[in-house]
Design a protein around this ligand. Sequence first.
Ligand SMILES: C[S@@+](CC[C@H](N)C(=O)[O-])C[C@H]1O[C@@H](n2cnc3c(N)ncnc32)[C@H](O)[C@@H]1O
Length: 272
Amino acid sequence: MNYRHAYHAGNFADCFKHALLVALLDSFARKAAPYFVLDTHAGAGRYDLDAEEARRTAEADTGIRRLLQHPSPSLRRYLGLVEQLGLYPGSPALIGAVLRGNDRLACCELHPEDAATLRRHFRRDPRVEVHERSGWEALGALLPPREKRGLVFIDPPFEDRNEFFTLADGLRRAHGRFSHGIFAAWYPIKQMAAVRSFHGSLVSSGIRDVLAVELYLRETTNPDRLNGCGLAVINPPYQFEDQAHLIANAVLDGVGDNEIGAGTAVIRLADE
Ligand SMILES: C[S@@+](CC[C@H](N)C(=O)[O-])C[C@H]1O[C@@H](n2cnc3c(N)ncnc32)[C@H](O)[C@@H]1O
C-alpha cells in the first residue's frame, strides 16, 4: 500500500466525486427515516492543503482552489461544506457533516496512520464507527445495514492492475446483499478500453438502474495520465441524473483547461 491520499487531496477528481457525493447524501433528507453510509476506502478524513505532501504535487491548485475562486451555483452546497469544514474534507468528513442525529456512518481504512487520524477526528461522534480493515471485506460483513436506506461509497486507490475487476465484483456482491441501497463507485479514466470493459461488466452483472457520470479533462491519448474520472451510481435518487450533469459540467468549467477532448457525460448503463 503506497497510495496516500494526502498527496492528491482537493484535486479535480476529489472535487468531482465529493460534489456528487454531497448531492447523493442530500437526497436522503427528503425523508425522516434514518440512513446508513458505508465508506469503504475512507482515507484520513481531512487534509491540510498547505502541508508538504499536498504542496509537493500542488494538485489542489488546479482543483478545489480553482473552484473556490469562481464558485459555480451548481456547486454551492459542496463548496459551502468545504469552507465550513476548514481543512479540505475527504469523504468521511463530508458525510459526517451531512448526517443527522440518528443516521450512521461506518468507515474502513486499511492504512494504520490514516485510520488512527480518522478515529481521532470522530472520537466524540457516536454515529460514526472507524474500522481498520479492508473495505472489500466490509461489503460482506457490514451489509445489509439495519436501516432501510443507505449509501455505499467505494473509492479505491487503483494501485492494483485488477482494481476495475475487484470493483465490479465488489459492486455485484454488495448489491446482492443490499439491493435497494444506493452505490457510488469512483474510477479513473486513463484509457477508454479499461473504462468500456468496466461498463461492460456492470451491464452483464444484470444490476438494474445504473448510471456512469464521467468527466474528461482531455483525450485519452496518454494512458499514463489521469485524463478524467467517473462515478458509477446504482439506484440513483430522483432527479440525480439532471443534477449530475450540472455538477460535472460545473466542475469541468472550473478545473478544465479547454484541452481537446474535454467534456462530461452521464451514461445510462442499465434502466430501472
Ligand atoms: C482514494 S483514497 C480515499 C479517499 C477518500 N474516499 C476521500 O474521498 O477522501 C483510497 C484510500 O483507500 C485506502 N485503502 C487501500 N486499500 C484499502 C482497502 N482494501 N480497504 C480500505 N482502505 C483501503 C488507502 O489507504 C487510501 O487512504
